[in-house]
Design a protein around this ligand. Structure first.
Ligand SMILES: Cc1cc2nc3c(=O)[nH]c(=O)nc-3n(C[C@H](O)[C@H](O)[C@H](O)COP(=O)(O)OP(=O)(O)OC[C@H]3O[C@@H](n4cnc5c(N)ncnc54)[C@H](O)[C@@H]3O)c2cc1C
Length: 379
């Protein structure tokens, strides 16, 4: 954001976190709150806090690579602290794949959660750009176009044209439905791993690295409400009976006046693309979800809903298993001048916009280095 001259748009807000478990909402904003989590015995609450500090102190995530988070946590934390808090969150986030997730994922979550805490009370601070990510994207678009670049949205690439193992250009479909070809000096693809082999023929070994990573889909429902549902910003749901994973009440962090006086509630859910919930219509999804909102506020009524927004994404969350550093696909593909950058290559951290930007910088360096090498060879 500094590069684009919009860093002053980035604002930091304290978050208020709750956890729904055993039929009750608990405040879990600060480490002290964990001590009051009476859904589990006091000894397990203490273990929970000490365990997080222990993971925080681990410097070398590679030592954890050959174990799943489920196994590691079961072995070293176990008991009610695991069963009532971490296991439901792992299952909620990764569904049937929860016991495949490599331990580095858990390690990186703990590192970022601690890093975002400030002050003696260790309250978490979250960053949000004024005007949302649109502020960044609009400025980026202006910057690219002012330098002569072009941006084509709603223009799917259907093929990467390759001649003699060198990427030469793309075939795409314009918004009016017409196919067209365009040539480039080099190509950086950011499509999901399972889509990439549909665009270009790849050697088996590289293709298998791509297709071996499974993605979870996301189902995103946003409600505009006349009343606040809770006073929490982020609600983790550690209860398998609730059919969504979390509630994010945006206007408990930002002023609701920015949203026409409405309370913005975002209901998040990650699931397998084969899960029937992924294919439900918006209406059926609401029928499934809404009765559960009374668990968070008994006064909630359907009449509070002023508008609903729905979106489903097929490549939301890659499932990263054990020993992933040995099979992570290289950004340099086996095709010369063709590069790949997507969320399966963010590791050991979990995907996030900041990591994608970091990856972008790294890839620019890689591409420039390859260009320099080509020039050296040519001379
Ligand atoms: C529900 C949800 C909430 C999130 N919340 C946050 C958050 O609060 N903060 C945060 O930092 N990160 C968040 N993330 C993560 C963040 O969105 C990703 O890390 C980031 O978008 C990854 O960027 P990307 O460019 O690699 O992929 P994407 O943003 O997914 O971009 C890939 C693009 O490629 C396009 N595409 C696919 N196939 C083709 C094709 N054939 N031709 C042309 N285009 C194609 C897709 O339409 C898409 O626009 C969230 C992710 C999800 C799913």
């Amino acid at each position: 954001m500094k590069d684009l001259g919009i860093h002053e748009y980035m604002k930091w807000y304290p978050s208020k976190v709750g956890t729904y478990t055993s039929g009750k909402v608990y405040k879990t904003t600060t480490p002290l709150d964990l001590l009051r989590l009476d859904a589990i015995p006091l000894i397990d609450r203490i273990k929970l806090g000490l365990f997080a500090m222990r993971v925080k102190r681990i410097k070398e995530w590679k030592d954890l690579e050959n174990q799943t988070a489920d196994f590691w946590l079961r072995e070293r934390l176990g008991g009610m602290a695991y069963e009532k808090v971490w296991a439901p969150l792992l299952k909620g986030k990764f569904g049937d794949f929860y016991d495949e997730i490599g331990m580095p994922w858990f390690w990186s979550k703990i590192q970022t959660r601690f890093a975002s805490r400030q002050g003696i009370r260790q309250r978490e601070m979250l960053g949000y750009p004024d005007g949302s990510f649109d502020t960044v994207f609009d400025k980026l678009q202006g910057s690219i176009e002012s330098k002569g670049g072009e941006i084509h949205i709603s223009t799917p690439v259907i093929k990467i044209n390759v001649v003699d193992h060198i990427a030469k250009g793309i075939k795409a479909v314009a918004p009016d439905g017409k196919e067209f070809d365009m040539d480039f000096d080099c190509i950086l693809s950011t499509v999901p791993s399972f889509s990439f082999p549909n665009l270009v023929d790849l050697p088996v070994e590289y293709r298998e690295r791509l297709t071996s990573v499974h993605y979870l889909a996301a189902v995103v429902v946003i409600l505009e409400l006349s009343h606040a549902l809770t006073d929490f910003y982020w609600m983790n749901i550690a209860d398998a009976d609730v059919p969504f994973l979390g509630l994010i009440e945006h206007t408990n962090m930002l002023p609701k006046e920015w949203y026409g006086g409405n309370n913005i509630l975002y209901m998040t859910n990650y699931l397998d693309r084969e899960d029937p919930v992924y294919s439900l219509s918006q209406e059926d999804l609401l029928d499934l979800y809404l009765p559960h909102l009374n668990k968070f506020n008994p006064k909630f009524e359907r009449s509070w809903i002023k508008a609903t927004h729905y979106n489903a994404l097929s490549a939301a969350q890659p499932i990263i298993g054990t020993n992933y550093s040995k099979v992570i696909p290289d950004h340099r593909t086996p095709i010369e001048r063709l590069y790949l950058a997507n969320t399966t290559q963010v590791y050991p951290e979990d995907r996030g916009t900041n990591y994608s930007i970091k990856m972008g910088r790294r890839i620019v360096e890689t591409i420039l280095e390859d260009e320099r090498q080509l020039w050296r060879n040519w001379k």
